[in-house]
Design a protein around this ligand. Structure first.
Ligand SMILES: Nc1ncnc2c1ncn2[C@@H]1O[C@H](COP(=O)(O)OP(=O)(O)OP(=O)(O)O)[C@@H](O)[C@H]1O
Length: 351
């Protein structure tokens, strides 16, 4: 049964806090989310114990209202900020990028332009590294078009039994978390700066990644807030820049490389995607988007060219169908192109 936000609020207003005010008026109910018969909210309280009976009462009343799933997370008030320390010559607190406990390396997969196949490359690379026996994580940070859930065939909302740590999902040996799993399908999310930073920070530090050899981060295209925030919050071990051979894509890829250089993130290399088209009927090879552009660019910029991935129907069918080609057709030439990159990264101690 579907219930409305108003019904939920009316129901919660019947519950009194210790001061006698109703809990909605007292400002205890935060971040209320009503989705069909699921109700979630945060109760912001000074200390949880005295409020446990109120939480139980809310759960009972909401269940009686028809809510099949009720999740109430109790959080303590945030501590008041410490007064500024104005003593001269005080060493600044370290605020730079930090290593995330349990994660040995972080590799960002980036592109200057959208639609060049960055997510396809990231998904196949993650699966290929898992096939090499590496412990692999995938953080889909493409806030504008999160596609890893679809590509890695993962769905459902990640659970958080203790209300603090989020349990990631897993498929094909890849532990994954996506911003797409935290929002509703078909719901356009307008991410503003602070929200974006909060969500990214949460995915880095509140997801129970476990021990990982490498975390692949699928970045949104371009050079925006997410890239900056990521580089500020986490120590990035390297970036792989994906581009098609056209001049326009290359122009944007160059901007991406420049951004990583400025952020002092080492460029592991470039990947030319949709390099040549091989007809799935006759095997005829043609250069739809030109050829060799990325090789020349990589040479000019002094970064390695890691692979030239052909434009092939099987690659699209596989990743759009929820099983990347490395998993669905591991012996195909297309899958081997990705596996070669994974092997070389492992051999070079980069993944
Ligand atoms: N080498 C390839 N051969 C055939 N199809 C491909 C290839 N690479 C990617 N595609 C297809 O192109 C489309 C776009 O790819 P993908 O989503 O990976 O791009 P993207 O760069 O991550 O895009 P965005 O920046 O919008 O997230 C997808 O349908 C994908 O299956």
């Amino acid at each position: 049964m579907s219930i409305t936000r108003e019904q939920v609020l009316d129901c919660l207003k019947e519950i009194k806090d210790p001061s006698g005010k109703d809990i909605v008026e007292a400002g205890l109910v935060r971040a209320l989310n009503v989705d069909g018969d699921a109700v979630r909210f945060v109760m912001e309280v000074a200390s949880p114990e005295p409020y446990l009976p109120i939480k139980a009462e809310a759960e009972e009343k909401l269940a009686a209202l028809g809510a099949a799933k009720v999740s109430i997370v109790m959080t303590a008030h945030s501590k008041p900020a410490a007064p500024p320390d104005l003593k001269p010559n005080r060493k600044p607190e370290p605020t730079g990028p930090e290593k995330i406990p349990g994660i040995d390396r972080i590799i960002a997969v980036a592109s200057g332009k959208g639609g060049v196949g960055k997510s396809t490359v990231a998904a196949n690379l993650a699966c290929a590294l898992a096939a090499e026996g590496r412990r692999v994580g995938m953080l889909d940070a493409d806030v504008y078009g999160p596609s890893q859930p679809r590509m890695l065939g993962v769905s459902g909302r990640p659970q958080s039994p203790d209300g603090k740590l989020i349990l990631p999902l897993r498929n094909y040996g890849v532990t994954m978390m996506s911003i797409g799993l935290m929002t509703n399908d078909d719901q356009a999310v307008v991410w503003r700066g602070p929200m974006l930073m909060g969500a990214l920070q949460q995915m880095l530090s509140q997801v129970q990644w476990g021990a990982l050899d490498v975390l692949i981060v699928d970045l949104p295209p371009g050079t925006g807030d997410v890239q900056m925030t990521l580089a500020q919050k986490a120590h990035l071990d390297g970036a792989i820049v994906v581009s098609t051979p056209q001049d326009v894509a290359l122009l944007d890829a160059r901007k991406g490389i420049d951004m990583f250089n400025q952020m002092k993130t080492p460029i592991i290399g470039m990947i030319e995607n949709m390099s040549t088209h091989i007809c799935s009927n006759c095997g005829f090879e043609e250069h739809v988007f030109g050829h060799g552009g990325v090789v020349a660019e990589a040479e000019k910029l002094g970064v390695p060219l890691l692979a030239e991935i052909p434009l092939h129907l099987d690659i699209r069918l596989a990743s759009d169908g929820g099983a990347p080609i490395v998993v669905s057709k591991p012996d195909s030439a297309q899958a081997q192109a990705f596996r070669k990159v994974a092997k070389s990264l492992v051999a070079a101690g980069k993944a």
